[in-house]
Structures are given as C-alpha cells and as structure tokens.
Design a protein around this ligand. Structure first.
Ligand SMILES: [Zn+2]
Ligand SMILES: [Zn+2]
Length: 151
C-alpha cells in the first residue's frame, strides 16, 4: 500500500491508534475536525479516549503525515485534518455555509515554481485558502438583500 510504504520510509511506527486515525482521515476524503474524528474513531475502537485521539493527531501532524488546516476558521477555532498523500490543492471555502471545495489546477504548480525561482526558496509546505461565497449562498444573499429592501 502506498501509504504504508511511505510511512516506513519516514521511519514512522504505526501504532493501532495511529493506523485507525490515518485510515479515517484518508478514507473520508473530507476535512474532518478533531472531535468528529474522535467520534468516528470510537466506532472502530470503543476503547479510544479523547486525549489519545488528540495526542495522536498531533503526532501525525508532527511526522508530516497529516496536514492541519484552519480553513479560514469557518466554524470558530476548529482545526481540520487531511492526509498529505493527496496531491497539492487549494481550499475554496464558503464563509456562509462552510462548504469546502478543492482546486487541483495547474496554476498551483506554476506558483510554487515561480516562488522557488524568485526567492531561491526551497518550499516544504504550501497552504492556499480562498474565502468567499459559493454560488448557492450568493443567490441566498441576493434574496436577503431584496427582502431587506422591501421590508
Ligand atoms: Zn455557501
Ligand atoms: Zn483538502
């Protein structure tokens, strides 16, 4: 398996808790917060407690297996987790409904290259977050403004 191999290369020991959490994060394909991950992990292993889950997430982050995102704090101080096995992408976040889209377009690679060349920089980490309103929320906002005007 792709992920297990890359773990071995990094010399990371996979305890059962780490494996459970890593699988959850990898398979969800979403950006789950720590509390949701804790609840889901408990379905797999009822013995897991909250402290262990939070500590394991921290360890996964520190060993570079998982990215911790704030997604522009769309829901307060929550942090969200996703595996770093995924191809580089930007997060496009609706600040009204909290929907998160992933943009995988080629300009991201171009931006990385340009920054490297311009600053002679060795990039280890890129995090691109774009906030605004999704098309659904734009329509709702337009409606709300109409109603406010006629009220
Ligand atoms: Zn929205
Ligand atoms: Zn993502």
């Amino acid at each position: 398996m792709e992920m297990t191999r890359s773990l071995k290369e990094r010399g990371v020991r996979l305890t059962r808790q780490r494996q459970v959490l890593l699988n959850l994060i990898d398979q969800s394909g979403q950006h789950l917060d720590a509390e949701t991950l804790y609840l889901r992990a408990r379905e797999t292993d009822p013995k897991l407690n909250r402290v262990t889950v939070y500590r394991t997430l921290k360890m996964l982050k520190e060993s570079g297996l998982v990215d911790e995102l704030d997604l522009l704090h769309k829901d307060g101080d929550q942090h969200y987790y996703e595996t770093r096995m995924k191809r580089e992408h930007a997060h496009v976040i609706c600040l009204r409904c909290g929907k998160v889209e992933e943009y995988f377009g080629e300009p991201l690679a171009r931006l990385r290259k340009e920054v490297e060349e311009t600053f002679g920089f060795e990039i280890l980490l890129v995090r691109t977050e774009i906030g605004g309103y999704c098309s659904h929320c734009q329509a709702l906002r337009a409606e709300e403004m109409e109603q406010a005007k006629s009220a």
